[in-house]
Design a protein around this ligand. Structure first.
Ligand code: PLP
Length: 413
């Protein structure tokens, strides 16, 4: 930053302002986290200067000995961390990782069965305006209306009726555990391949705090920047027999040169996730989510599916504020220094840009070292901010308290 302050004070000021915002607010967007100084450092290096199209030992440019070393290290660590046969660390993001699997495994026009976006799925699993929805036939499974959970009998029935070529298990807003073994059986029975997209829960999976999809799937994709707490990016894991097809689907199929500084940062992140401290971190994410959910339930907020078994929960605002949209509620919380996103809840009568829910996660607060005491405090503030009806003075008072708490829990440094 010191050199940037001289060469480009405008950009430096914006970055510093973001640093202040993150320090002074509670980051509760379930897909976000605070990366370590080592991950950040790897991204700000001369590796950005290098073109390294191809793969270790098979590049299209000279001067890649160091790129080979760092990419091979990232690949080896990814395989070890996840217990996977093969890894491709080049996808620029989670959506690219999924697209690479489709390109490797499917012909255009074949059938994908994924979770309904409106029930917590991801847009790259077949949304009609995403490339996945344009190139492939899509059938969606969802949660039951009464339990708001996946019903594996319903999933099985749909798979046997529709005979998809690829089934995807994975979600962006589902607070319950995913039964990878059951999905594996259904995929085998219906003649489909199975992709587990663990973008949200990868950090929980590697720490043993969520079931492991690797033994049950041909493919596993993830982002590296959510619970895994690494740089922004994607990753594909696969069985050995798929490695060649996945590699050529990523490059030259959907991408050009890899982002080498992020691949170095992925290697750092995988190294961090192998340490015993990371197991404790993942456990603490879960216990914080449990504590927060219990407090919110005690205050009368209904949580989708009745609670959480992972790092996130969805508040159904209609339980106490039937007139207030998720969007308005999220903007009130932001004024109070609590950053969340509005989110559709299953069978939501409101459109996605308004919605009736709030998605709340604990990974970033847990990174800052917060625990059960802080979760109770945060639940009190969430409740007070929502029940204030958007009163600016009340939200300002909460914001001051939030900022004081944040002062005691600095960002990783
Ligand atoms: C389940 C799931 N898959 C894929 C992605 C896509 O990740 P990215 O935003 O890096 O493309 C997300 C991101 O939210 C996700 O939740």
């Amino acid at each position: 930053m010191p050199s940037m302050r001289d060469s480009d004070p405008q950009v430096a000021e914006i970055i510093q302002s973001e640093q202040r915002r993150q320090q002074e607010t509670l980051e509760m967007i379930a897909s976000e986290n605070h990366a370590s100084p080592a991950v950040l450092a790897a991204m700000g290096t001369v590796l950005t200067d290098k073109y390294a199209e191809g793969y270790p030992g098979r590049r299209y440019y000279c001067g890649n000995a160091n790129m080979d070393s760092v990419e091979q290290l990232a690949i080896d660590r990814a395989c070890k961390l996840f217990g996977a046969e093969r890894a491709n660390v080049q996808p620029h993001c989670g959506t690219s990782a999924n697209l690479a699997v489709y390109l490797a495994a499917l012909e255009v026009g074949q059938k994908i069965m994924g979770m309904n976006l409106a029930h917590g799925g991801h847009l790259s699993h077949g949304m009609h305006i995403n490339i996945s929805g344009k190139l492939y036939q899509i059938v969606s499974y969802g949660v039951r209306e009464d339990t708001e959970r996946l019903d594996m009998d319903q999933v099985r029935e749909l798979a046997l009726r529709e005979r998809p070529n690829l089934i995807i298990v994975g979600a962006s807003a589902y607070p319950r555990k995913l039964d990878f073994a059951a999905f594996g059986e259904i995929a085998r029975e219906s003649g489909a391949m199975l992709l587990a997209d663990i973008a949200h829960i990868a950090g929980l999976v590697v720490a043993g705090a969520h079931d492991d999809p690797v033994p049950h799937c041909e493919f596993v994709t993830t982002t590296t920047h959510k619970t895994l707490r690494g740089p922004r990016g994607g990753l594909v894991l696969c069985r050995g027999n798929w490695a060649k097809k996945i590699d050529s689907a990523v490059f030259p199929g959907i991408q050009g040169g890899p982002i080498m500084q992020n691949i170095a940062a992925k290697a750092v992140c995988f190294g961090e996730a192998m340490r015993p401290e990371f197991k404790s971190y993942a456990k603490a994410i879960l216990s914080n989510a449990q504590a927060l959910a219990a407090e919110l339930l005690a205050k009368g907020w209904r949580l989708v599916s009745g609670g959480t078994e992972n790092h996130l929960m969805l508040i159904d605002l209609r339980s106490r504020l039937p007139e207030v949209t998720g969007r308005d509620a999220a903007l009130w919380l932001e004024q109070a220094g609590i950053v969340v996103n509005w989110n559709a809840i299953p069978f939501d009568p409101r459109p996605p840009m308004k919605s009736s829910g709030l998605r709340i996660g604990t990974p970033a607060l847990t990174t800052r070292g917060m625990g059960a005491t802080e979760m109770k405090q945060v639940a009190d503030w969430i409740d007070a901010a929502l029940m204030s009806g958007g009163d600016a003075a009340a939200l300002g008072r909460i914001r001051k308290s939030v900022s004081e708490l944040c002062g005691r829990f600095p960002l990783p440094a």
